[in-house]
Design a protein around this ligand. Sequence first.
Ligand SMILES: O=P(O)(O)OC[C@H]1O[C@H](OP(=O)(O)OP(=O)(O)O)[C@H](O)[C@@H]1O
Ligand code: HPA
Length: 175
Amino acid sequence: MEKHHIEVMLSEEKVDARIKELGEQISRDYAGKSVHLICILKGSVYFTCELAKRITVPVTMDFMQCSSYGGETKSSGIVKIVKDLDETIMDRNVIIIEDIIDSGRTLSHLKKLLAQRNPASLKICTLLDKPERRVVDVDVEYVGFQIEDKFVVGYGLDYDQQYRNLPYIGMVEFD
Ligand SMILES: O=P(O)(O)OC[C@H]1O[C@H](OP(=O)(O)OP(=O)(O)O)[C@H](O)[C@@H]1O
Ligand code: HPA
């Protein structure tokens, strides 16, 4: 397996501290209610678990997996649902949890799709945001960190399925 040099962009301590803050903010915003977290596989598994531990209102969770069509149709913005939710989201306070928002295509598509299922409310929480890369506008209520346009790995993010398990966010140095 190929090995890369990875430079730390956001340390484990910084990421953990920010997730704690996001959990506190969500707990305040949803005081007296419960939240239904939708984890977008695979990348947001790590973030969803850590965030859920920091939320003090009742939490339930479900999982969804999407894939962008590759090749020439990728820029069409068509997002395929590989695994749909197990449960209904009707009348629930839903937060979509993502590891990163890049072009915005995935979240824009998902938000429209889930809005049609009549949740009580629908918000987005992402650990990382690369605003320079945005192609499609999407409102994101909770952002961990805005980062520059570098390829990042760790905390669920992969390069060719590697490095998801790094406990920090790192930049891959390609030579
Ligand atoms: O804003 P966008 O340009 O749509 O990109 C962001 C999406 O890309 C990544 O998922 P990926 O398809 O790599 O799947 P993974 O989580 O299984 O790695 C990431 O987790 C987001 O879902
Ligand atoms: O920087 C990134 N790293 C890993 N996966 C990604 N998907 C969009 N941007 C990235």
